[in-house]
Design a protein around this ligand. Structure first.
Ligand SMILES: Cc1cc2nc3c(=O)[nH]c(=O)nc-3n(C[C@H](O)[C@H](O)[C@H](O)COP(=O)(O)OP(=O)(O)OC[C@H]3O[C@@H](n4cnc5c(N)ncnc54)[C@H](O)[C@@H]3O)c2cc1C
Length: 303
């Protein structure tokens, strides 16, 4: 119930305006967001790299509806790729297609995505296309496939809560796609997605096994210790070395586990969001763990 409400509020501008009236609320967002500008994200990534953790920059923004703003996103990502190179960071970038114009025009979105992937290719860097809600799955896969025909430094995300994911994964593996597996963060109806955590988890493990057995380098994105244990066990059974895949987590979540896995010899990449448009991202993080609400309220009223 709380989870659904928080996901609903993640799309509400009214609630956003209400929350941001509390000055101290902006401090709370720093728990999950590296900062508002790229310099803060660079610093956060530098600190992660010192702990042998690699990263993925995410410039926060989604559902953009003005063409000029989508071009601005391309410039921002190009700047980020320059910063990675200049600072010698161990990081790639993650991007959402609605940030690049998917809600405006698919061709515009493709061109913008292509420009970012091409800029990354010049630095031998990599672009991960995030997966958004289920109305975006088909166009996201279609744009990804067009890019993949030309570039091999681009990857995609699949969500284990969707019924369709096994079919998508088998199709994507045919073209050698590098895939990030996650559970899925949006509110989806039961016509398209499992509603029970047990089913989402079962499908996660099923898909993880297909990915690891494929011989392609994939990202296993989760903070769930059961998913991590299942991945480690499967890899061990099939003699898949720990450098043949990577675990991925979100900035500020289970930092203890991130460091522990690195110490145990596993690869870890942390997704580092930054930027002014943190609100929907932040609300989805609260929805994943409503216990975080306590942390939020405590800090709002402290300030
Ligand atoms: C690197 C990365 C990239 C992602 N990219 C996408 C994407 O492109 N599209 C998409 O739909 N989703 C994406 N997600 C989000 C994902 O779908 C899940 O919503 C999120 O990871 C929570 O699921 P979980 O696997 O951690 O398991 P859960 O079952 O949700 O959580 C397991 C445990 O992890 C901890 N935990 C999880 N979330 C939180 C939190 N917010 N705060 C504190 N503790 C927490 C808790 O201890 C919890 O018990 C991404 C996640 C990661 C890690």
């Amino acid at each position: 119930m709380t989870k659904s409400l928080l996901l609903y509020l993640s799309e509400s501008n009214g609630f956003k305006n209400f929350l941001t009236r509390f000055k101290s609320f902006n401090n709370v967002t720093h728990r999950f967001v590296a900062g508002e500008d790229v310099a803060e994200a660079v610093e956060a990534i530098r600190q992660l790299n010192r702990k042998q953790i690699s990263a993925s920059f995410d410039h926060l923004g989604e559902s953009i509806r003005a063409e000029s703003e989508t071009r601005q996103e391309v410039r921002e990502y190009t700047r980020v790729l320059d910063q990675i190179e200049k600072n010698g960071l161990d990081s790639n970038v993650s991007v959402k297609l609605t940030q690049l114009g998917l809600d405006i025009d698919e061709e515009l979105c493709y061109e913008n995505a292509r420009a970012i992937v091409e800029a990354a290719a010049r630095y031998q860097n990599f672009v991960r296309i995030d997966m958004e809600d289920s109305t975006k799955t088909d166009p996201t896969i279609s744009i990804f496939k067009r890019l993949r025909r030309e570039f091999d430094n681009v990857g995609i995300v699949v969500q284990s809560y969707l019924y369709r994911t096994e079919t998508d994964v088998k199709d994507l593996l045919q073209i050698g796609a590098r895939i990030r597996l996650c559970k899925g963060a949006y509110k989806e109806p039961e016509t398209v997605a499992f509603q029970d955590k047990a089913d989402v988890d079962k499908n996660y493990i099923h898909i993880m096994k297909i990915l690891l057995a494929s011989g392609i380098y994939h990202g296993i994105a989760t903070h769930d210790e059961k998913m991590i244990a299942a991945t480690r066990q499967f890899a061990e059974e099939k003699a898949i070395a720990s450098d043949q895949y990577e675990f991925q987590m979100l900035f500020g979540i289970r930092r203890d586990l991130q460091e522990k896995l690195v110490k145990e010899g596993y690869r870890m990449r942390v997704y580092v969001p930054y930027g002014e448009f943190w609100y929907p991202y932040f609300m989805r993080r609260l929805a994943e763990r409503p216990a975080n609400l306590w942390f939020v309220f405590k800090n709002i009223f402290k300030g």
